[in-house]
Write a protein that binds this ligand. Sequence first.
Ligand SMILES: [Zn+2]
Length: 234
Amino acid sequence: MIKHSCPYCETIRDVKEVKRNETIEIKGKKVSYEAVHYECTECHNLFDTKEQMGKNLLAAREAYDLQYNSITSDKIIKIREKYNASQKAFSLILGMGELTINSYEQNKSVPNSSNRLLLQLAENPLIFFEMYEKNKTKIGAIQREHIESSQVYKDCKRWGGLENLYQHLSSTEREVIENKTYIVGSSVVQIVSDMVKAEMSKTSFEIYADAHEVEEGTIPSSTDINREFSIGVA
Ligand SMILES: [Zn+2]
């Protein structure tokens, strides 16, 4: 028997766990889930410990996700086919059991929250191919060939991802981008693509003018630096 302080009797009592189906509203939608409470064996009132309240809330959220946020089997098939991967290969790359994806696609089971998160992340080719690099030894050569012949894989290799791009920038240049990201409250991807778009939309004359300016301004004179510094202090 578990012992707990009963808030009704205001003393330590023997309590038992009671499970029951409850319905609550999350984001305006009704969700049913299995809640766990304690029942005092003396006064028979139900009560929750803080820990149980947390667990019940989690169970409700999980039920909500399953009902309204779940990744459908069609969506899983779409993601997997984008990478030319077999069900088994896709499972192993994502670090799941061999038959897991098959069972999701056949609607024999529904992804739990951690696998749902993995599947949502796998939708992003950069993340998927990072998983692929880590787990590709688990799959056969023919499967690897299939995946590497996909258009997304080729595109990813060509771009090399943001990390690759970053390796071509100096730490000062990276700092400029990160500061902008911070100030604007945007992502690095957004900032970099905005910069590229701004550059592309310039007329050739502007690009030429910019290049000229950069050349002249590359080495600032010491008076320039002093002037900037004093402005900064004031
Ligand atoms: Zn009681």
